[in-house]
Design a protein around this ligand. Structure first.
Ligand SMILES: *[C@@H]1O[C@H](CO)[C@@H](O)[C@H](O)[C@H]1NC(C)=O
Ligand SMILES: *[C@@H]1O[C@H](CO)[C@@H](O)[C@H](O)[C@H]1NC(C)=O
Ligand SMILES: *[C@@H]1O[C@H](CO)[C@@H](O)[C@H](O)[C@H]1NC(C)=O
Ligand SMILES: *[C@@H]1O[C@H](CO)[C@@H](O)[C@H](O)[C@H]1NC(C)=O
Ligand SMILES: *[C@@H]1O[C@H](CO)[C@@H](O)[C@H](O)[C@H]1NC(C)=O
Ligand SMILES: *[C@@H]1O[C@H](CO)[C@@H](O)[C@H](O)[C@H]1NC(C)=O
Ligand SMILES: *[C@@H]1O[C@H](CO)[C@@H](O)[C@H](O)[C@H]1NC(C)=O
Length: 541
């Protein structure tokens, strides 16, 4: 395939987040009548479970409640399928290449202005609880080193192989303790603090579920590859409706997808029963997350606050649960990139199924619109309120007919750019990696890359993509950042380097030939030095 380059000389990377306020003539809300806003954000919830046919496989009564009384987005996407960058986009309203939120380690500065900050500055009583994860510096050392070294010419398994674990009995309800503690806290805050507030309030609750649990048997550095639940939740799953996803033969896989499968420790054999069991446990974990959403809704209902509160349910990304021979996210396939988005509130439509393509960057302008706060310039998204509101005061402003998602982190060895428009999903890479094109109307399972059959569609979508982001330039910036960040980390370790790198979570494979792996890194870093001294490229600080 030909090497694709964006011709326009956009300088999107240099864009700083500047807030300019302009009066938004559409805001009809007056002080005193502004609705409360409650958002519950889960972690790794496959959006396709919130509408048919996906919603039939597991009982999710509170998501169904939101679906009946509010609106369900049928095509909502993450702007980056991994925790921290996705949340960075949601909280800043900016695509991740604009804030350079490259991986779970490098995201936003703590001082960035989130929509919650603007709500507070505009008279809202605000509270955030549970998982936030949008600022730089978090996640394990393994996680960041795997992201930095993804271009090194080695292939090492980094994750535990996905497994299931059944705990407790038919009366074991509260499994993810931390989430339940935060949910209790949120419900208490609504009953005790919010109910007596004279100001409108905004509450954010971040859940860990249904993200898989750490696999304890693999030691202290292990990632999360255990799907864990109890018989109580497993009973909510209709096992006869669990599909066994089709996989391409390994030889037909796209090389970048194969890299993901391998580093996620999924290249071995799995029986059909094993795959089904992983999926059943994942769905059961979704049911437990739904019950937490239920506690929040119940607290709102019992305090009489629900009828003046906008409730939003979403997730940072999905979970592949063995689709495409993978678990976790980090992929543009539907299981990973399609997120739930349900919104219910006063003066909003009931039972609406929204077909427009939307993404998490739309939340920022939506919340401002709901609160009647003047719009902020240079956000990457667009308010969803015109799609939801019963009011005709909203001009049904033109929305873009596309959404954009990108990925620059670990378990994927080339920066990935995804454009969805109409029936098409276009996935492009720089670095000479061949693109993918899926027709989601005919190929829901995304098994047929038709990029060679529809060159005119590819050309059109690539042109559109280039008008959004100069992606070869972004990929270059990420390569340079990765080498610089890795080099600095290595220098900081001094003589301890060999020992530390050999004991990260890839240790089983690393130690089979530690010297060869170190040499592969040296070779890759050497190319960095020639790149860094090239006059056209600057090292990202
Ligand atoms: C936010 O913090 C970063 C680094 O911590 C700093 O470079 C930047 O100038 C700060 N921005 C604002 C608006 O204070
Ligand atoms: C990958 O899976 C194998 C087989 O279960 C296991 O022995 C190995 O420790 C796993 N690798 C990592 C990095 O967890
Ligand atoms: C379920 O487990 C709990 C806690 O271990 C135990 O107290 C209870 O007796 C068990 N119930 C049944 C029906 O086995
Ligand atoms: C990604 O990894 C796969 C599997 O090792 C390899 O075939 C492919 O060439 C790699 N792609 C890039 C861009 O490094
Ligand atoms: C909401 O319900 C409460 C009590 O159920 C009622 O007093 C209040 O007027 C209602 N508010 C709105 C905006 O409908
Ligand atoms: C907003 O973005 C446009 C185009 O990307 C740019 O030209 C303009 O300077 C930006 N304005 C602000 C205030 O950042
Ligand atoms: C190397 O490791 C030792 C023991 O863990 C520690 O005390 C020392 O500070 C480390 N040296 C460097 C340069 O990081």
């Amino acid at each position: 395939p030909q090497q694709i380059t964006c011709s326009s000389a956009m300088d999107t990377l240099a864009l700083a987040l500047i807030f300019l306020f302009q009066f938004n003539g559409q805001s009809s809300c007056q002080e005193g009548t502004r609705p409360n806003i409650v958002m519950v954000m889960s972690d790794a919830f496959d959006g396709r479970l919130t509408f048919d046919p996906g919603s039939k496989v597991v009982q999710l009564p509170y998501i169904n409640y939101l679906r009946e009384l509010g609106s369900t987005f049928l095509d909502a996407y993450t702007n980056s399928p991994i925790c921290c960058p996705s949340r960075a986009a949601m909280w800043s309203g900016q695509f991740v290449h604009l804030s350079q939120s490259w991986n779970n380690f490098k995201c936003l500065d703590g001082n960035v202005t989130t929509w919650m900050d603007l709500l507070e500055a505009n008279g809202y009583f605000t509270k955030m609880m549970g998982k936030l994860d949008y600022t730089s510096g978090s996640h394990s050392v393994s996680n960041r080193v795997e992201a930095w070294t993804r271009d090194v010419q080695f292939l090492l398994r980094q994750e535990g192989r996905p497994v299931t674990q059944l705990v407790g009995n038919m009366s074991t309800v509260r499994i993810m303790r931390k989430d339940w503690e935060n949910t209790d806290k949120a419900a208490r805050w609504l009953r005790q603090r919010a109910a007596s507030s004279h100001k409108p309030f905004a509450l954010y609750l971040g859940l860990n579920l249904p993200h898989p649990y750490k696999t304890e048997s693999l030691g202290p550095t292990a990632g999360g590859s255990t799907f864990l639940t109890s018989p109580y939740w497993l009973e909510k799953v209709s096992s006869d409706l669990i599909s066994v996803p089709k996989w391409l033969p390994v030889a037909d896989m796209h090389p970048v997808d194969y890299y993901s499968t391998y580093t996620k420790n999924c290249s071995g054999a799995f029986t059909e029963a094993e795959v089904k069991r992983i999926r059943a446990f994942y769905y059961a974990m979704c049911a437990e997350a739904d019950a937490m959403l239920g506690q929040v809704i119940s607290a709102l209902r019992e305090t009489g606050l629900l009828n003046n509160t906008v409730v939003i349910f979403t997730a940072d990304h999905g979970e592949l649960a063995m689709e495409h021979r993978q678990f976790y996210k980090m992929s543009m396939f539907e299981g990973s990139s399609h997120v739930p988005l349900l919104i219910m509130g006063p003066e909003m439509m009931s039972g609406l199924q929204v077909k427009q393509l939307v993404s998490l960057v739309d939340i920022y302008p939506t919340v401002l619109d709901i609160a009647g706060i003047p719009a902020v310039l240079n956000l990457s998204g667009h308010s969803l309120l015109p799609l939801l509101s019963k009011s005709t005061a909203f001009s049904k402003k033109e929305r873009p007919h596309w959404i954009f998602s990108e990925y620059h982190g670990c378990n994927v060895n080339a920066s990935t750019y995804m454009l969805r428009s109409g029936r098409w999903k276009y996935i492009a890479y720089a670095d000479g990696v061949s693109p993918q094109l899926f027709d989601l109307r005919l190929d829901k399972e995304e098994l047929h890359n038709v990029v060679l059959r529809f060159p005119h569609v590819q050309a059109q979508l690539d042109k559109l993509l280039c008008s959004i982001v100069d992606y070869p330039k972004v990929s270059k910036a990420v390569h340079i950042y990765n080498k610089k960040a890795f080099g600095d980390w290595r220098n900081s370790l001094g003589r301890n380097y060999s020992l530390v790198i050999a004991n990260l979570r890839w240790h089983v494979d690393w130690q089979k030939d530690a010297l060869a792996n170190e040499r592969a890194i040296d070779k890759w870093l050497y190319v960095y030095h020639s790149l860094a001294t090239s006059p056209n490229l600057q090292v990202d600080k």
